[in-house]
Design a protein around this ligand. Sequence first.
Ligand SMILES: NC(=O)c1ccc[n+]([C@@H]2O[C@H](COP(=O)([O-])OP(=O)(O)OC[C@H]3O[C@@H](n4cnc5c(N)ncnc54)[C@H](OP(=O)(O)O)[C@@H]3O)[C@@H](O)[C@H]2O)c1
Length: 357
Amino acid sequence: MTIHLCEPIGRPNPHHPTFQREAPDSQPRTLPEAGQLERETHNPETFNPKTSNAETPNPQPTPLNPKSDPVKILLLGQTGQIGHELQETLQSLGTVVAPGRDAADLTDPASLRQAVADTDPDGIVNAAAYTAVDRAEEEPERARQINAEAPGVLAEEAARRDAWLVHYSTDYVFDGVGDRPHREDDPANPLGVYGRTKWEGEEAIRESGAMHLILRTSWVYSDRRSNFLLTMLRLADDQIGCPTSARWIAEATATLLQRFAGREARDLSGTYHLVSGGQTSWYGFARAIFAQFGYDDVPVEPVATDAYPTKAERPAYSVLDTTRVRDAFDLDIPTWTGQLDDVRRQMRAVESPTTDR
Ligand SMILES: NC(=O)c1ccc[n+]([C@@H]2O[C@H](COP(=O)([O-])OP(=O)(O)OC[C@H]3O[C@@H](n4cnc5c(N)ncnc54)[C@H](OP(=O)(O)O)[C@@H]3O)[C@@H](O)[C@H]2O)c1
């Protein structure tokens, strides 16, 4: 098992003793490539949470009020961290159609419209995005096509068909200045191309008239990306946020949809923050992961963000206030430490008996 965090600040050290020790499973452990490190998959982690538990929303099949029976959902981005988990959690709501990039390319509006037409869905869940935060500084036009224009096209198609749209956005729409959690209606002030294009995508959806849930999340981790352990050895302790498990995001999305996909869609349409409770730094998160996995002796070194300059500037304080989603949907939000604990237990539950750990 490996652990994926996103957006690591530290520099991998292939000679570190934990590199060997932490690589007993079938995943080849090589140094992370630049593209992997850049993903807004800020700090990669490899978890394998495949079971639900009492602390996380556990979607139950619920009768919706769909155009079709069972409800039909078009899912985009199914190979990503959140999308992969959604493939499973959305099954509780109905039929999930998940075309790959070859059939629904976010740089190609015609292919998106075609995918929507072919599916004729009750709702669209868009977990696809351009998430390479640093690379976006060099490819602003491509980032804008994927993060800004494509969501607008999807929203337009949803509005035309009276379907709903679930879309994920980011804490990076804020500048991270201040020391209180950002609320949904705080002014956006993205620091880089990625955050700016995500904000433009949000605006396009809000202006479309489509019933929508824009779910802003942060510091997503999952078992979908590998080789990030090494990056955890030197991590910033001056960026503060809410590490949030992709599995929990997917479960919470299914829970929200039990109400949103029914009669309450118009009333509940809007922008919500969907992150775990509490806050920590990347350094604190790495320490907690090592402790959780029994490697308390790994010497994680706290560093300042400016020790590792990156192309895109990151918000220093990106904690999101979740009052709105808790109140509107009566949603329980586990703390980030509780989520980490859950994920570890879930991993244990699915680990092969032959795994040497
Ligand atoms: N990761 C984070 O820490 C984080 C934080 C806050 C918000 N978010 C938001 O959460 C959502 C999901 O993020 P994630 O971390 O799950 O993403 P991810 O793991 O980077 O996956 C991105 C997904 O988008 C797909 N994609 C990219 N370009 C595409 C294109 N041109 N056409 C079709 N599909 C395309 C990818 O497909 P391929 O596999 O083919 O590349 C992949 O399925 C995004 O909206 C992101 O902005 C993420």
